[in-house]
Design a protein around this ligand. Structure first.
Ligand code: CU
Length: 602
């Protein structure tokens, strides 16, 4: 309130970036107000009050993070960010058309197309980096696990650093799989002393503050005034890699933290991002966050042209720039260095009593296609009392897949047991048609599902248990966030006494369910599909997981349900693949993912 009265706060109708320290501080002051509200009325009243007075971007950010984390708002379903701040999700051409439609009072439905032209091979996979569901997943994840989070706000975020590694690792391997069906090589890693091969022209505009900056091809990195020197980043990288080679991290007080164990990845994630959980920011820096700003500013590193922040400086827009994936490949390889330094799992570690996977198959064809998706742009245009609203929307192609099920036959000749079932897939060949080894493949494994079974399927009756798991049940995905319009309707119905039917939308943190499968091709893109059935009693960090067929896999609430490291049992190097091939509780088949060029038009 003091800052507000002294007019020290960022004005309204100005861009907001979380990576701007003062703007972040202001957004967090507001978050601090929300998270400390003791009842619902106080929360809502504060929100209404500051909505009128604070910068809009700061307000939206603070409100979203508070709703995600406050126990008062546990069951609140937030509207999709692409309808709240459409400027960060579609391109300037569509936004201009939307303004014209409003001005001329003519309802309009405009097609959003992906950035660039066919002359740019990277455009073939723009449907991934520019997918509004993917962007929502990414920004929501960073709201569930904010790097600035302190436990004093309300609670501890379990395995935050490891989750940071895993969510970005999955984006990395998924993007590489998408590239294969588009005849592109895997992403090469970005490096500070090499040119940034790919340029990027975002065709995105701020609602207030001009165009997002562009970058031509093959730019050499330059120091960014007031942010970082390139050599500082190299030094920080080398300290982190030293820690990995030594097998320990040195905290602020000079104590060693052992990382040669399954929790080491969590500490490494905290120091690489870095988050407030980092044991020594002074020494290990903030490689990821600094890299985002440095990369985002390469169009104007010395602030000569007063350009606003780049796409890399917003979690909503970061994945639009292909260099995002190069940057994350670079960091993913640092994490790999650590994972590869841990002792491989043995048969003894992995086997599960008398349990064996007899057969794995797929019901239905694995087939992807494109469809058009429409969403409202009403919030893209200025809202004035004098001019009436008209219906303005955009439609954009997006990847989807046909429904299918996993069929898994398991025999259990031991007693009744709780079992964890983990399903992964990785591309069988690289872009040159060369088969991946098991060890190469497992690092590229896409996590498709993870769930627990007992009784119903997994009885003590000797013989076979038949498990059918539908693609729609996957614990790693979430459905589309309901639109503003749907939320208004459902709220009205609920006020009339009906069930709102919105429970499944309480979290938007997972991968969009449409993205469960990577795009296939005409001949069928070959994948290795594996199913690992492991000891649920040893794996489960919570009770009753088998009764809860779905838990939010990426969610930050409470304790993470799985005791095992993310990616288990494929997270460590496999020098001898016979360990897996001979493991009875491990199933391995080959499948093909098709795409016959089908496009369901709007
Ligand atoms: Cu991220």
């Amino acid at each position: 309130m003091r800052d507000l009265k002294d007019h020290r706060l960022l004005e309204q109708k100005h861009w907001f970036s979380l990576f701007n320290p003062r703007q972040r501080q202001e957004a967090l002051m507001l978050f601090d107000v929300f998270i400390h509200c003791k009842d619902w009325d106080t929360f809502v009243s504060n929100a209404a009050y500051f909505r009128q007075r604070m910068n809009e971007g700061e307000f939206v950010y603070a409100l979203y993070v508070a709703v995600i984390h406050s126990p008062l708002a546990e069951h609140v379903v937030l509207p999709p960010l692409y309808e709240v701040t459409p400027h960060l999700f579609t391109n300037s051409e569509v936004i201009e058309a939307a303004y014209r439609a409003k001005q001329t009072q003519t309802p309009g439905k405009f097609q959003s197309s992906f950035t660039g032209t066919k002359k740019n091979p990277e455009q073939r996979v723009a449907y991934f980096g520019e997918d509004i569901g993917m962007n929502t997943h990414h920004v929501t994840w960073h709201m569930e696990f904010p790097f600035w989070w302190q436990d004093s706000y309300s609670h501890h975020l379990d395995r935050k650093g490891e989750n940071f590694f895993w969510v970005h690792h999955q984006l990395t391997v998924r993007f590489d799989a998408e590239r294969l069906s588009n005849y592109l090589d895997p992403v090469g890693e970005l490096h500070w002393d090499k040119p940034i091969v790919q340029g990027f022209a975002p065709h995105t505009t701020y609602k207030y503050g001009g165009q997002f900056p562009s970058r031509p091809d093959n730019v050499d990195f330059e120091d960014v005034d007031g942010v970082a020197r390139i050599r500082d980043l190299l030094i920080v990288e080398s300290r982190i890699r030293d820690a990995i080679a030594h097998g320990y991290i040195v905290d602020r007080a000079g104590n060693r933290i052992d990382i040669m164990n399954e929790r080491g990845i969590n500490v490494l994630g905290d120091i690489i991002e870095s988050s407030m959980y980092s044991p020594n920011v002074q020494y290990y820096g903030a490689l990821h966050n600094t890299a985002h700003i440095v990369l985002g500013r390469q169009a104007d590193p010395h602030g000569k042209y007063a350009l606003p922040p780049g796409v890399l400086e917003h979690f909503e827009t970061a994945t639009r720039d292909p260099s995002f994936f190069r940057l994350h490949k670079y960091m993913d390889n640092i994490f790999k260095e650590h994972k590869d330094s841990l002792p491989p799992y043995t048969v003894e570690d992995l086997k599960f009593n008398e349990v064996s996977v007899d057969k794995v198959s797929i019901d239905g064809q694995l087939e992807t296609f494109f469809e058009d998706f429409e969403y409202s742009l009403i919030n893209a245009v200025d809202d004035t009392q004098e001019i009436a609203d008209v219906a303005i929307s955009t439609y954009v192609p997006r990847l989807n897949h046909k429904d299918f099920s996993f069929n898994i036959d398991i025999s259990n000749n031991g007693g009744e047991a709780l079992a964890t079932i983990r399903i992964f897939a990785w591309p069988h060949r690289d872009n040159n048609g060369i088969e991946y080894t098991f060890d190469e493949g497992r690092w590229n494994a896409i996590e498709l599902d993870k769930f627990w079974v007992k009784r119903k399927y997994f009885t003590s009756v000797p013989g076979t248990n038949h498990i059918v798991r539908k693609s729609s049940e996957s614990a790693v995905t979430v459905p589309d966030v309901p639109s503003f319009e749907t939320l208004f309707e459902k709220t009205k119905e609920a006020l009339g006494g009906a069930d709102s039917g919105l429970t499944e939308f309480e979290s938007a943190t997972g991968i969009p369910n449409r993205f469960l499968l990577p795009k296939g091709n005409e001949q069928g893109l070959e994948f290795d599909l594996v199913v690992a059935v492991t000891d649920g009693a040893a794996d489960a960090a919570l009770d009753g997981l088998h009764e809860n067929t779905e838990f939010n896999h990426y969610g930050a609430h409470g304790k993470y349900p799985d005791n095992r490291p993310h990616g288990y049992p494929l997270d460590r190097k496999v020098p001898d693949e016979r360990v897996f091939e001979d493991l009875p509780n491990f199933g391995h088949i080959q499948v093909k993912v098709f795409n016959h060029g089908e496009h369901i038009h709007h």
